[in-house]
Each structure stands twice: as C-alpha cells, then as structure tokens.
Design a protein around this ligand. Sequence first.
Ligand SMILES: [Cu+2]
Length: 193
Amino acid sequence: MIRTLTILLLLLAAPLAATAGPAPAAPPLQKLFGGPFTLTDHDGRTRTEKDFRGRFVLLTFGFTHCPDICPTNLNAMAAALDRLGDAGKRVTPLLISVDPARDTPAVLKDYLANFGPRFIGLTGTPAQVLAAAKAYRVHIRLYERPGHQGHQVDHGSLIYLIGPDGKFRTLIPHNTPPERMAAIIGKYVTPRR
Ligand SMILES: [Cu+2]
C-alpha cells in the first residue's frame, strides 16, 4: 500500500515538476517582435542587439523632443525598475530614437539623465533606426505641428520586455502605471522557484 502510494505520488509529481518552470512559457508573439539592429549609444559606441544578451532589456522607441508619450513611458519605466529593487538591476532600460536627425548621442545622454542613471539611449542613421523600428513593428511618421518649432514624430508607444536570450517576452502598453509595470516585469525577472 505504501509502495503504491509512493508510485502514485511520483506520477503526480512528474507533470507538476514539468509545468513549474522558471518563467512563463514562450509567448505566441515571440516571432513578431525582435531582430538584429546596429545603432550608436549615447556615448558614441556602436551597439547591436547582441551586446545586451545576458540581461533583460526594457525597450521603447521615442525622441527627446516628444511632448508627452516618451516622458510618461520613461518615467514609468524608471519608477517600475526602482520598485523591483535588486531584480530591477537585472534590467537595462533602452530608448531607441525615432528622430535621429536631432537625437545625437550627446542629446540623448543629456535627455536620459532626467530619468536616472540606468537608461541607455540608441540612435543611428535613418536607415539603422528604421531597421530597428521595423524589427519591433514600430510606426514612425514625421509631421509639422502648428505652433511648434521643428517637426514632431508620431511613433509607436509600446514597451517591450526582452529576455537575456535576446528574445521578446511581453508587451507593456503606454500609460501602464509603474506598480503594474513592475508586477509584469517581476514575473519574468524573478520567476517563482
Ligand atoms: Cu514620444
């Protein structure tokens, strides 16, 4: 009887062990988002997607003259990573510029200092930026706004979480509160054991 019970428990335990993985399963959207890029960081160094392997990346696209979407996203990203404490240190927040004509490395560096020391800004030639935007299905549209000097850039506002393997994990919509964003990121960065 005891032996039967042991075998039964082992049989029950096997599928549990298989499903209690370290992180949520690979999302169905994984094939849609991500790809190679070559850009220049805010210190003027060439960076590709491979440079971020081994770390989680919290990626968004934007530009330093953005009046609303980008400051909201970047503040929320910074606050969410702060809330995660040590786990947040495993995540590199990235901003890829959609306005390379104005966002030089130096301009990006100055701008990102407003959001704390964690951010890395990436810019490049228009073709390099377009390639990165295409990989993440981000639309970019330049337009003139009456009363504003220079062009504005309409751009996709999603935030992407990328795993240490370089693969897409999940999307976080614009206007997600920092506490909710921290909870989403935490599920991946600090999986239950
Ligand atoms: Cu923006």
